[in-house]
Design a protein. Structure first.
Length: 168
């Protein structure tokens, strides 16, 4: 996780250390946001997305995929990182205990190029503050099959990931 004190618009030197071995420094540009949705595998393609069945109490979560697509008009849940700073500010590496709405930057989601209404965008309880939990509604007018899921926070989005969602 990038510490909140790292200045955006600058470059940062990243060094990875593991088991006594240190990598060569890598210089990366620091953006105010860099959203990335958790994927089922390899960071791209099918997202690690849950279909939310609200007809049960409590709501039943099932894994989204080609054999279990999300119905149009239903809720889905997914998690992402790269949201930038929180408002109010939080301590680096701290764990969140309660659901808290994300209000620091404008946030939007599209599925298959259509706006997906956001039911919840905020912290995930008992997870690091750098992770965001999203619950959105699959647009009714969308085409069936694998559809692109794009998360935009501030001026940046995750389009390079090519995350998809299976739609019924």
């Amino acid at each position: 996780m990038v510490p909140y004190g790292v200045s955006t618009g600058s470059n940062a030197s990243v060094i990875v250390s593991r088991d006594g071995v240190t990598s060569t420094p890598l210089t990366v540009a620091v953006k105010d946001t860099s959203p990335a949705v958790f994927a089922a595998a390899n960071g791209t393609g099918q997202g690690a997305i849950f279909n939310v069945n609200t007809n049960t109490n409590p709501a039943l979560l099932t894994y989204n995929g080609s054999s279990n697509p999300a119905p149009k008009g239903s809720y889905i849940e997914f998690f992402a990182t790269g949201v930038g700073v929180w408002n109010p500010p939080v301590q680096d590496g701290s764990i969140n205990l309660f659901a808290t709405n994300f209000t620091a930057k404008n946030i939007s989601v599209t599925i298959g190029g259509q706006t997906a209404p956001i039911y919840y965008a905020g912290s995930a309880p008992f997870e690091p503050w750098g992770m965001i939990q999203m619950i959105v509604i699959v647009p009714n007018g969308i085409t069936s099959g694998q559809q692109a899921l794009v998360l935009t926070i501030g001026q940046n989005d995750n389009t390079k990931q090519k995350i998809t969602l299976a739609v019924q």
